[in-house]
Design a protein around this ligand. Structure first.
Ligand code: PLP
Length: 378
């Protein structure tokens, strides 16, 4: 029997390929973006306590009411935004489901969605599945928005622009002027909405993260996506949330109810108890130390390290080492030198190769030290 693929160009992701290569070659895995250190013992304790409570049945569709209210307080503390938790907030199975569901709810056939490359890999397929047209355009050479190009690309058929700040894979963060440019764009196109992927919102270093949440006009036209996986080192729990104006969230919930109905009740209950006890402000400092540690260890290597202002990713140029394609170089890095990384070209629709690779430094010090030792020998 033949089936016609709805996503004929989608294959195995580079993250799966590189993680398998890391295992097969006994390489240190700095490819996929997940922490390898233990989670907060308090989370483990809460999980144990909660397991024996009556928390194992379906939750309300939008989320556990206690968790919704704690998320509301977190957003207020972080961004001085008062969210109407009953109408503007939805707990999701990670940011991936939040993004998928939003796109399914909002994008109609032949409507365009702007994606800024290099971009995370979960944006394009939901657009294609909803019959929309992805318009992938490059960020500028510093991995910040190229507003001239964005202004030329957006038109009356553009339903959404997907933004990602702090940015994976570059680790760059937006400035005040980027936020202002986004405002101008929304003023020019009254039907345009923003899907603001802010999963690394609490992982910024010298400069503070500028969130769409903090701007009254921007948030009135945006769906803002967050991930507890990234914020609390629990990527495997697959839990996050989105915030959107009520008239938009109403449509998103229609899809959400048939996709998952509600998110895992145990993790919601644990996080409802955990949120009032934890300080998200400490996360930036925690990863800043890791970034500095890793960069320091690589100082004597032949890699050139690009600026990293947020996220737990470090971009490195290998131009002084090799003129291989970034895919070939990362394969050789894993097989010959025992370190798995991600080639940057896979984040670009045209696979543009700038001889850059991405390391994830959300790893314990021993892993980072061992990886750096190997990288310094190249
Ligand atoms: C930019 C970006 N958005 C979304 C996600 C997905 O987050 P989650 O694991 O919560 O689905 C990731 C995960 O790496 C990411 O880097």
């Amino acid at each position: 029997m033949n089936i016609i693929s709805k996503l004929p160009t989608v294959g195995t992701t580079i993250f799966t390929v590189m993680s398998k290569m890391a295992v097969d070659n006994n390489a240190i895995n700095l490819s996929q973006g997940f922490p390898n250190f233990p989670i907060d013992p308090l989370l483990v304790e809460l999980l144990k306590q909660k397991a024996s409570e009556n928390i194992h049945q379906y939750n309300p569709m939008s989320g556990n009411p206690m968790l919704l209210s704690e998320i509301g307080l977190l957003i207020e503390r972080s961004y001085q935004r008062k969210v109407q938790v009953e109408n503007e907030l939805l707990v999701t199975a990670g940011a991936t489901q939040a993004i998928f569901t939003t796109i399914q709810a909002l994008v109609h056939p032949n409507e365009e969605v702007v994606i800024l490359d290099p971009s995370y890999d979960c944006y394009e397929s939901p657009i294609v599945l909803s019959g929309g047209i992805p318009k992938r355009i490059p960020l500028n050479d510093s991995f910040l928005p190229n507003w001239e190009l964005i202004n030329q690309t957006v038109n009356e058929k553009t339903k959404l622009i997907i933004t990602n700040n702090p940015h994976n894979p570059s680790g760059r963060i937006w400035s005040e002027s980027d936020m202002r440019e986004l405002e101008y764009l929304l003023h020019r196109f009254p039907n345009l909405l923003v899907l603001s992927d802010e999963v690394y919102e609490y992982i910024t270093f010298e400069q503070k993260h500028l969130s769409v949440h903090s701007n009254e006009f921007l948030r009135s036209r945006s769906i803002v996506v967050s991930s507890f996986g990234k914020t609390f080192h629990i990527t495997g729990w697959k839990i996050g949330y989105l915030v959107a104006p009520e008239f938009i969230l109403k449509e998103i919930k229609k899809i959400h109810q048939f996709l998952v109905f509600c998110v895992n009740s145990v993790s919601q209950s644990v996080l409802a108890d955990y949120l009032p006890l934890v300080k998200t402000e400490d996360l930036g400092g925690f990863y800043q130390e890791k970034r500095n540690f890793f960069r320091e260890k690589l100082q004597s290597s032949r890699f050139e390290l690009l600026d990293c202002e947020g996220t737990y990713f470090q971009l490195a140029s290998y131009q002084k080492i090799s003129d291989e394609s970034d895919i070939d170089f990362t394969k050789r890095l894993a097989t010959e030198f025992g370190v798995a990384a991600i080639p940057l070209s896979v984040f670009n629709s045209d696979n543009a190769d700038r001889k850059l690779i991405r390391f994830c430094f959300a790893k314990d010090d021993e892993t980072l030290t061992n990886a750096a030792e190997r990288l310094c020998k190249i």
